[in-house]
Design a protein around this ligand. Structure first.
Ligand SMILES: Cc1cc2nc3c(=O)[nH]c(=O)nc-3n(C[C@H](O)[C@H](O)[C@H](O)COP(=O)(O)OP(=O)(O)OC[C@H]3O[C@@H](n4cnc5c(N)ncnc54)[C@H](O)[C@@H]3O)c2cc1C
Length: 382
């Protein structure tokens, strides 16, 4: 039995995305990680293929499909083997723009959503602040209403697409403390008073652009309010479900790429006269990883099914899928990296870029497996 029950339409979409990823991303994947950026042109190319509005209303240039197609989009974009690129594109087509699609006025959709779907205007989502991350309800950036404008003051951090964005969907405080005082505004980054601080250097997802943003008496029209004033927190919480599902798909697909690279290496590399893939200890460890990845993927697919069906359990299953994929990734990348020995610290391997060479100390001066052999021989015997 095939699960998920994909149709020919899903398959055709999968093949179109795969062709795009293999042609437009894969040949540049390593260079873009080294340069810590990727060309703006890629947004346009993805937009021209219809990949930036998969779930959005065809009236705005979207395809009117569902989260299964978003999942396929991610699974196949990740064949390009550059997670930063996929993070940047998904912020554009899901994470920063969904709120405008769901709650924005007709004018906001025409001015910002339509060109974002075409890849002509780049989007970012501004929620996190230096003193408010997990606690979104504690955010401090203010937007004071003065006649027909909002005057914004404050700062945001860790903003994906931050230095390249044409607009930010920005969470701001328009009212009193707590969740009821939060609203969402669309802020064009060319507005006086909006500036980019540092481009932040990361140890993962290197090609994605991550920055600080500052707002100093930045004035935007009151018509840039998304939905109703004071409802921003509930909009954000609702849309976090989609964002979390996206991240589960990215993590699972990244693990699939790392596993493929690891299996290729393990089948090829000979140590002490045998291939790594033939050593019982590694066969069992790799089999464990395969089973765990399959469990994570299946949970993510189930969460997708519930989300598409509008099931009341969707939120908790999406949270479980994100939790399981995110936690598994940490062990997965480290475990695979160990297979590569010293090469697991070299940037040319995807696994090294994914794990940040985390195995360095477990490799140098005798690997952990060799240490285990010495201990086992001495205390367990041959
Ligand atoms: C690569 C990357 C890209 C990002 N892109 C964006 C973006 O585009 N837009 C945006 O707005 N943000 C973005 N973020 C920010 C991200 O959403 C925040 O980092 C995240 O919400 C956590 O906030 P924090 O970093 O302030 O950690 P904190 O909230 O300070 O958490 C620190 C630790 O405390 C724990 N903790 C917090 N609350 C509790 C609790 N109640 N109980 C137990 N433990 C708790 C956390 O789990 C964590 O382990 C990005 C982050 C990264 C790494």
């Amino acid at each position: 039995m095939a699960f998920p029950p994909f149709t020919e339409e899903h398959q055709m979409f999968r093949e179109a995305v795969r062709t795009f990823a293999e042609k437009e991303i894969a040949p540049h994947a390593e260079a873009w990680d080294r340069e810590q950026s990727f060309p703006r042109e890629l947004f346009r190319k993805a937009g021209a293929q219809g990949f930036l509005g998969v779930r959005f209303d065809p009236a705005y240039g979207g395809s009117g499909l569902d989260y299964w197609f978003t999942g396929i989009l991610i699974e196949e974009l990740m064949r390009g083997r550059n997670v930063g690129v996929v993070v940047g594109l998904m912020v554009q087509c899901e994470i920063a723009t969904s709120v405008i699609h769901a709650y924005g006025s007709e004018d906001l959709k025409r001015e910002w959503l339509v060109p974002a779907i075409r890849g002509e205007r780049i989007a970012a989502l501004g929620i996190t602040e230096p003193a408010a991350g997990s606690n979104v309800a504690g955010l401090r950036t203010t937007a004071r209403r003065e006649g027909d404008v909002y005057v914004i003051n404050g700062s945001k951090i860790f903003i994906t697409n931050g230095t390249i964005a044409d607009f930010v969907t920005l969470a701001v405080r328009t009212g009193g403390p707590g969740p009821g005082g939060i609203s969402v505004l669309v802020v064009p980054t060319a507005t006086p008073g909006c500036s980019v601080g540092r481009k932040l250097r990361k140890v993962m997802a290197h090609a994605s652009d991550t920055a600080e943003l500052f707002f100093d008496n930045c004035r935007v029209p009151a018509t840039n309010l998304v939905g109703e004033e004071g409802r921003g927190f509930s909009y954000i919480m609702r849309l976090f479900q989609g964002e979390r599902l996206v991240l589960a798909y990215i993590a699972n697909s990244w693990m699939r790429e790392i596993l493929d690279e690891t299996l290729r290496y393990a089948r090829d590399r000979e140590v002490f006269g045998s291939k790594i893939a033939d050593m019982p200890v590694w066969r069992h460890r790799l089999a464990d990883l395969m089973a765990q990845l399959e469990a994570s993927r299946t949970l993510t697919w189930y969460a997708t099914e519930l989300l598409c069906a509008g099931d009341s359990q969707a939120e908790v299953y999406v949270s479980m899928a994100k939790l399981v994929a995110g936690e598994l990734f940490k062990r997965f990348a480290a475990e695979c990296d160990q297979v590569f020995g010293g090469y697991g610290c070299m940037e040319e391997y995807l696994v090294a870029r994914a794990s940040g060479g985390i195995s360095g100390f477990a490799i140098g001066a005798g690997t952990s497996e060799i240490m285990r052999e010495i201990i086992a021989r001495r205390w367990i015997g041959k």
